[in-house]
Ligand binder design. Structure first.
Ligand code: NAD
Length: 258
């Protein structure tokens, strides 16, 4: 079998959080194109249903849509149980739901700090450990988390201390789980995207005025596209990445290189 055939995901069951839009929807589409059955998980159930329907129509994937707020432990556990009930197993997951808030640190309320940390970091912990418990029993599985280049550098000029701290936390959580589970067949990796054109960046009133500046700062002179993250997650979800665990794959057009 050639390498491209080996990278296919036929018959694999995978869930994607934040799957209703942006990076999550784009990656879910690619996972389905590679042969996986994909559960679209989002707090926005209408968006999740729409994405699941579009992906099923385009690829033939047996998709489902599941409503879940990743900050709620009981909802996360019910979501994982529903995915396993539907497909009989869980081969991989993409814990990707996240938000960004741009508030100067001295003005940030405790509620604002907690909201970002709860969704971006605690949400990944709840999903990764709920999925991990299933995968540890199975003896296999691939967990992929979304961090950010903001876990490596402080982006300027927008102030986003909670976001940066949450994403640095996702990177170290990923490495910690990878080491704890290294001998079990369960792998844990994360991706650290640079600026990507999605709702989070293009449709935020606070961020819109900064796009021209980011383009100036970017070595490639542009934002990335969600499709430019697809193949990395397909790789991490599949069997050809069997020796890749504890990795944080930066996909940022060299933004963090200097
Ligand atoms: P997006 O806003 O297009 O998508 C985020 C999705 O997460 C939405 O569908 C939203 O409904 C969902 N969501 C939000 N809170 C949730 C919750 N509590 N429970 C379940 N779902 C929830 O944003 P995006 O740009 O596609 O971002 C996806 C991930 O990529 C985020 O973790 C983000 O931090 C990260 N990221 C984005 C960029 C970028 O430039 N766009 C760069 C680096 C990292």
């Amino acid at each position: 079998m050639g390498i491209i055939e080996k990278m296919r995901l036929d018959g694999k069951a995978i869930y994607v959080t934040g799957g209703a839009s942006g990076i999550g929807k784009s990656v879910a589409t690619a996972l389905a194109e590679a042969g996986a059955d994909v559960a679209i998980v989002d707090v926005n159930i209408e968006g999740a249903k729409k994405a699941a329907q579009e992906i099923a129509q385009a690829t033939g994937s047996k998709t489902i849509a599941v409503q879940c707020d990743v900050t709620k432990k009981d909802e996360v556990e019910a979501m994982v149980a529903k995915v396993v009930d539907t497909y009989g197993k869980l081969d991989a997951c993409f814990n990707n739901a996240g938000i960004c808030l741009n508030v100067p640190a001295e003005e940030m309320t405790f509620e604002q700090w907690k909201k970002v940390i709860d969704i971006n970091l605690t949400g990944v912990f709840l999903c990764a450990t709920a999925a991990g418990r299933v995968m540890l029993k199975q003896g296999y599985g691939s967990i992929i988390n979304t961090a950010s280049m903001s876990g490596h550098i402080v982006n300027v000029p927008q102030p986003q201390c909670a976001y940066n701290a949450s994403k640095a936390g996702v990177i170290m959580l990923t490495k910690s789980l990878a080491v704890e589970w290294a001998k079990t067949g369960v792998r844990v990796n994360c991706i650290s995207p640079g600026y990507i054109g999605t709702d989070l960046t293009l449709n935020s009133e606070a961020l819109k005025p900064l796009i021209a500046k980011w383009n100036d700062m970017a070595p490639m002179g542009r934002l990335g596209k969600p499709e430019e993250l697809q193949s990395i997650v397909v790789y991490l979800a599949g069997d050809t990445s069997s020796f890749t665990t504890g990795s944080d794959i930066v996909v940022d057009g060299a933004f963090t290189c200097f």
